[in-house]
Design a protein around this ligand. Structure first.
Ligand SMILES: [Zn+2]
Ligand SMILES: [Zn+2]
Length: 340
């Protein structure tokens, strides 16, 4: 079968490898769709994702859905032919964090397509993946593989909005209108945010946000426009860009007593206006991956509470993965989905 290995920055190579064996707790899934994520792009461009540096070549890709082709011991619940979305989290399930239910913080987490662990965990830019049965979520016929591939970033967004506490009735700013920012906006709208503003430097991304969920969209390069949009300040700022300038916006325009949720990955150390945290008694919360919300994300799509199709800018065939990465790097692109 074919797999694409990342060997370093801008060095993604196809290889023919053996089809993987499944362990006792796994099924074999033929991948049918995988989204290209911002973290895949970080690894691709820089050879690393923030603090995570791969020690050897590995397979990226963690936003996936596919078909069970070998059910192993799970012929009752996940027979061959089952259509499934894949939760890429593989926590140890025994450490203190796992036992507290915060398995996204598990130090032994093996996350598909991630170099946060050693050795890095291969992901799903390969034709077949072994997946723990526990991580397979059955899809109804009506939900196509492409949308199902977006359940992982949707779960990230649900967790991120959840980190702000209750969002209902709040004035919210989302900095960054990439795929995660767009999903954050859709989720915040769904859960009752009173007013949603968005900032980005890309007009096309702002236009899409304005079409789908944003009450107000402002150019991040225009501080006067951002200040005008902020007015008395936002109750919640969700930082989903990873741009250093967006941090200044977030800390400046979050109102006293407000909450900042940090989702964006910074390329390196940044300066933070911590006096504003002190003076305004800001709450700053990180948001890393997700825990327990994958079924909630699936439920929202199955009940058609959200439409993610407008976020899919382009689809490419699996052998053209490199073209998919190039497309994903274009500023007008929101999400590229790879079809197998
Ligand atoms: Zn992702
Ligand atoms: Zn654990």
């Amino acid at each position: 079968m074919r797999a694409f290995y990342l060997h370093g920055a801008r060095d993604l190579r196809a290889a023919e490898i053996e089809q993987p064996q499944i362990a006792a707790d796994e099924v074999l899934v033929q991948v049918r769709a995988t989204g290209i994520c911002g973290s895949d792009l970080h690894y691709y461009i820089h050879g690393r994702n923030g603090d995570f540096v791969p020690e050897c070549p590995f397979v990226l890709g963690h936003e996936s859905a596919g078909e069970v082709v070998d059910a192993g011991a799970f012929t009752d619940g996940l027979p061959a032919g089952s259509r499934v979305a894949i939760d890429p989290s593989h926590p140890c399930r025994t450490c203190a964090y796992c036992r507290q239910g915060r398995y996204n913080l598990c130090p032994q987490m093996r996350y598909f397509g991630s170099a946060a662990c050693s050795p890095p965990q291969d992901g799903s830019f390969r034709e077949y993946v072994p997946v723990q049965a526990h991580n397979c979520h059955l899809l109804p016929r009506a939900l196509d593989y492409r949308q199902a591939a977006l359940l992982e970033p949707l779960s990230i967004a649900i967790h991120g909005v959840g980190q702000a506490g209750s969002i209902a009735g709040k004035r919210v700013l989302v900095t960054g209108a990439g795929p995660i920012g767009q999903l954050i906006g859709l989720i915040a709208r769904h859960y009752g945010a009173a007013h949603l503003a968005v900032s980005d430097i890309r007009q096309s991304a702002l236009d899409l946000a304005a079409l789908l969920w944003a009450d107000q969209s402002v150019h991040a390069d225009d501080p006067a426009a951002v200040a005008q949009a902020a007015g008395e300040g936002f109750d919640v700022v969700v930082e989903a860009s990873g741009a250093p300038a967006a941090l200044q916006t977030a800390y400046l325009h979050c109102k006293a007593g407000g909450t900042i949720v940090q989702l964006g990955v910074q390329g390196g150390p940044v300066e933070l206006p911590v006096n504003l945290v002190m003076q305004k008694e800001l709450t700053v919360r990180g948001s890393f991956r997700f825990a327990h919300v994958f079924p909630q994300a699936l439920d929202l799509l199955v009940r058609r509470q959200l439409d993610l199709v407008p976020l899919i800018s382009q689809c490419v065939a699996f052998p053209d993965l490199l073209a998919g990465f190039d497309a994903a790097l274009q500023p007008q692109t929101i999400k590229v989905v790879v079809d197998y």
